[in-house]
Design a binder for this molecule. Sequence first.
Ligand code: NI
Length: 185
Amino acid sequence: MSILDIRVLGDPVLRNDTTPVAQITDDLRLLARNMFETMYVAKGIGLAAPQVGRSECMAVVDVDDNPLVIINPEIILTDGKAKAEEGCLSIPDIYGDVERAASVRVRAQDLDGQPFEIEADDLLARCLQHEIDHLHGKLFIDYLSVLKRRAALAKWSKNKDKYPRFVRKLEGELTRVSEHPDEEL
Ligand code: NI
């Protein structure tokens, strides 16, 4: 397994739509394993393919020790509203409150190509919505009010020099302790 570089805000790959996965290949299985490895090292709870520079419609999540690969995921039902703070492995050290559906039903395929559905609420529902957004070029900062987004981007503009060419190398920051562990998606 390998730890992948994470693309950060400013890399156009984060704004692209992904391509539906038509066939489960060894390459895709390896990508999923490497994405889990990368996510765990980064202390995240979700990671989508564009965040590691890939175009496949796939993400990995792990909330409460429940690792899930979601391929071609779709939200098929939502219920309620909930607001909570989010972060993103592709926008390190930036956080903001985002209102999302309180619970969701998601249809996806697993690494065997088998369709499955998952019902989620609380943090898992938020994580799934955040990752599925990534698969369509959308980021959590897009939901912030104009003023809060402006403040977040101003803070980001001071940080972004740490990530030349929009690449975040995890090896260089393994000893860094996040001030908000377990909240970065
Ligand atoms: Ni994210």
